[in-house]
Design a protein around this ligand. Structure first.
Ligand SMILES: [Zn+2]
Length: 347
């Protein structure tokens, strides 16, 4: 059974138990275990999004299958017989060094060789040495060696049948794997050659997107505004992080709850103006903020139905004109809310 089908079956059930097979005593328990995630399932559900995130961080994810034949600086190589070992100059490197990084994870040949001597038994022998599947295995083994994988798995939680990873564990895993991947912040191994690291919010957004896809989480999301016209995206702005997306909205435009949700905060400050924070029922570690509102009758603890109007947009707080600002956090770590809103397109 494909894992995402299995999860779909489980999505409506009670909290999932992760039951080791040696604890099974009778048939009923055996059935229960079939319907629970075991540690292998959890490993794949979390590790595949992790290596896809690394490919995205390394700048190769958009190349799809082609990425497996892409060497550093987007040079192509042919054949999977062995690591291509093509030396390509690192642009602007003061010491004129080269890199022979290759594949979606941009693995260099010394790491490739070291991983083979450390992990002799993990390779698919009936495929060429540097086949796509073997490159994936190498990425998983690297993350095993750094302790990144273990750190990530230690943070796995199941909330309302929804598999999730703690932000603290994610940050720890990023730090550990940054000793091997220049695109991850922490050890900054590429800094002396001018290679840049990704921001943690960028990685957390990408990881969530991949995790939702891998787990088959699909959500019906009502657009918070009848017309969603973006006026400012999430990301770096004016030397700071714009921690949400701005949408055009005249003062007094109804703002609707994207899902069945609880109101977890109603407050006001200089920057956000009057704001409301919601937590969708089926997504326990997600928080959504709606800022610069003109009015709300909500209070903490109120329940909302999907599509229910809970506020009117406005021009309060630090703004240049009326608009609605939407922010999103998962387990306290900020993400691009566009990723969440985009889930509506899966239907
Ligand atoms: Zn904004």
């Amino acid at each position: 059974m494909r894992r995402r089908q299995l999860l779909k079956i489980l999505a409506g059930g009670a909290a999932l138990a992760i039951t080791p097979s040696f604890l099974l005593r009778d048939r009923q328990q055996a059935l229960a275990a079939k319907l629970a995630l075991d540690s292998d399932d959890v490993y794949w559900l979390v590790s595949v999004p992790w290596i896809k995130m690394i490919a995205a961080a390394e700048g190769t994810a958009h190349l799809g299958k082609e990425a497996y034949q892409t060497a550093y600086r987007y040079r192509k190589f042919s054949g999977y017989a062995d690591h291509p070992r093509i030396d390509i100059p690192i642009p602007g490197d003061p010491r004129n060094r080269t890199s022979d990084a290759a594949g979606p994870y941009q693995i260099i040949s010394t790491t490739w060789d070291l991983t083979h001597s450390d992990y002799p038994d993990i390779w698919l022998k009936d495929e060429p040495s540097f086949s796509p599947a073997n490159q994936d295995r190498c990425a998983l083994a690297i993350s095993d060696r750094t302790g990144g994988s273990a750190a990530l798995l230690a943070g796995v939680k199941v909330l309302n049948g929804h598999l999730s990873v703690s932000y603290a564990a994610f940050q720890q895993a990023i730090y550990r794997d940054s000793s091997e991947w220049a695109s991850l912040p922490g050890h900054d191994i590429g800094a002396d050659s001018g290679q840049h690291t990704r921001q943690v919010w960028w990685l957390w957004s990408e990881f969530q997107w991949q995790l939702w896809g891998q787990c088959g989480y699909r959500r019906r999301i009502v657009a918070p505004l009848e017309a969603m016209t973006m006026t400012s995206p999430f990301g770096p702005r004016w030397g700071d992080l714009h921690g949400g997306i701005d949408f055009a909205a005249a003062v007094g435009t109804p703002v609707r709850s994207p899902e069945n949700a609880k109101v977890i905060r109603v407050d006001r400050d200089d920057r956000a103006g009057l704001y409301v924070v919601l937590s969708p029922e089926g997504f326990p570690d997600l928080n959504l903020s709606f800022c610069h509102l003109s009015r709300t009758d909500m209070k903490e603890g109120d329940s909302l139905k999907a599509g229910e109007t809970f506020a009117l947009s406005g021009a309060t707080g630090r703004i240049t004109g009326p608009h609605l600002h939407i922010g999103a956090w998962i387990d306290g770590g900020i993400i691009d809310p566009g990723r969440y809103l985009k889930m509506a397109e899966w239907f």
